[in-house]
Design a protein around this ligand. Structure first.
Ligand code: PBG
Length: 335
C-alpha cells in the first residue's frame, strides 16, 4: 500500500459496488413497453421469405404474421409497425395502391385489430413501397420530387389507414407541410382520435439499405437527399420537430437512432411531446453480422444499444430486436 492517503470524500465507485446497488441507482431502465416492433408483410397465404441482409427477420403473409403476433403480444410488446412489400405490377407513378381501401396494409390492419384489438398499430405513410420510382414522393418529368402533389396522396393514404383502424399514422416521407394537411384530412374524415407520429428528423441515411432490400423499395434513380435531412445538420432537426408539433404531431421521431443520439438528446431536451427513435435496419444488421462472426456479444450489445437510445431521450424505440430484447428482459426479471 502507498504511504500516501487519498483524501477522497467522493468515491463514485461506491455507487457501483454490486449489481444490486448498480441496478437500484440506474438512471435508465429498459422495459418491454419501450418497444415498437416493425414487421414486413406481403400478399399471399402461408408464406414467409428470408431477407438476406437482415438475418432472423422475414417478410410474411398476413396469416403468418397473425401467428407471430401471438408471441409478440405474449411477450408484452404493445405496438407493431407493418411495412408492405408490394409486387411491381401494383406500383405506379402516383402510388395509387397506397390508399386502396382493400390494399395490403389496410387489410392487415383490419385483420390484426380483429384478433388483437389492444395491440397498437403504427402505419408508415410514404409512397416508396408503392411508387414505380421507389421514391417517397411523386416525381416530375424532370425528376423533381413534387411536394404538394405528394402531400395530397399522403393524406388519402393516412385516411385509409385511419379508417381501417390504425392507432397512429406515421408519415416518414419528409415532405413539407404534411403533418398539418394529414391532421386536417383525418379530422375531415371523422378520425379525430387517429394519432400522428411524425418521422420529423429523418436523415438521408445509408443505414436504410437492408430495409430497402426487405421491401424492394430502393429508389430507381437518384437519392433521397432533397427531402430527407442532411447528416451534417443537428439544429435543423429542432426546426423540423417544432414545425411538426405546430402542425399537430402527437409524437415525433429521430431516425436513425444510434448514429444520431446527439440529435435525439437535443430534441428530447427541447420538446415535451413523446420522442421516439428508430434503430433502423442497418443498425440491426451491423450488430447481427458482428455477433455471427463472434466479434461482439449479441445479447449485451443489443441491450446496450437500446439502453443508450433510451438514455439519450427516447420515450419509445422502434427496433427489429423488440422480441429478442423482450425475452432478455424477461430472463432478467425471472432471476
Ligand atoms: C419509408 C421508410 C424507410 C424506413 C422506414 N420507412 C426507408 C427510406 O426512407 O428509404 C427505413 C427503416 C429501416 O431502415 O429500418 N419511407
Amino acid at each position: 500500500m502507498s504511504e500516501y492517503s487519498l483524501p477522497l470524500t467522493r468515491r463514485l465507485r461506491r455507487n457501483r459496488k454490486s449489481s444490486a446497488v448498480r441496478e437500484m441507482l440506474a438512471e435508465t431502465k429498459l422495459s418491454v413497453s419501450d418497444f415498437v416492433y416493425p414487421v414486413f408483410i406481403m400478399d399471399g397465404e402461408n408464406q414467409e421469405e428470408t431477407i438476406p441482409s437482415m438475418p432472423g427477420i422475414t417478410r410474411k403473409t398476413i396469416d403468418v404474421l397473425l401467428k407471430e403476433l401471438e408471441e409478440v403480444t405474449a411477450l408484452g410488446i404493445l405496438a407493431i409497425a407493418p411495412f408492405p412489400a408490394i409486387s411491381d405490377d401494383l406500383k405506379d407513378e402516383k402510388a395509387s395502391a397506397s390508399y386502396a381501401p382493400d390494399g395490403l396494409v389496410q387489410r392487415a390492419i383490419r385483420k390484426i385489430k380483429e384478433r388483437f384489438p389492444n395491440l397498437v398499430i403504427m402505419t408508415d405513410v410514404a409512397l416508396d413501397p408503392f411508387s414505380s420510382s421507389g421514391h417517397d414522393g411523386i416525381l416530375s418529368e424532370s425528376g423533381e420530387i413534387l411536394n404538394d402533389e405528394t402531400v395530397e396522396v399522403l393524406c388519402k393514404m393516412a385516411v385509409s389507414h385511419g379508417l381501417a383502424g390504425a392507432d397512429f399514422v406515421c408519415p416518414s416521407d419528409m415532405m413539407d407541410g404534411r403533418i398539418g394537411a394529414i391532421r386536417d384530412a383525418l379530422d375531415a374524415a371523422g378520425l379525430k382520435n387517429t394519432s400522428i407520429m411524425a418521422y420529423s428528423a429523418k436523415y438521408a441515411s445509408a443505414y436504410y439499405g437492408p430495409f430497402r432490400d426487405a421491401l424492394g423499395s430502393a429508389p430507381k434513380s437518384g437519392d433521397k437527399k432533397t427531402y430527407q435531412m442532411d447528416s451534417a445538420n443537428s439544429r435543423e432537426a429542432l426546426l423540423e420537430v417544432q414545425l411538426d408539433i405546430e402542425e399537430g404531431a402527437d409524437a415525433v421521431m429521430v431516425k436513425p437512432a444510434g448514429p444520431y443520439l446527439d440529435v435525439l438528446s437535443n430534441v428530447a431536451e427541447a420538446f415535451d411531446v413523446p420522442v421516439s427513435a428508430y434503430q433502423v435496419s442497418g443498425e440491426y444488421s451491423m450488430i447481427v453480422a458482428a455477433a455471427q462472426n463472434g466479434w461482439l456479444d449479441r445479447k449485451k450489445v443489443v441491450l446496450e444499444s437500446l439502453l443508450s437510445i433510451k438514455r439519450a431521450g427516447a420515450r419509445f424505440i422502434w427496433t427489429y430486436f423488440a422480441k429478442e430484447a423482450a425475452k432478455y428482459l424477461l430472463e432478467k426479471s425471472e432471476k
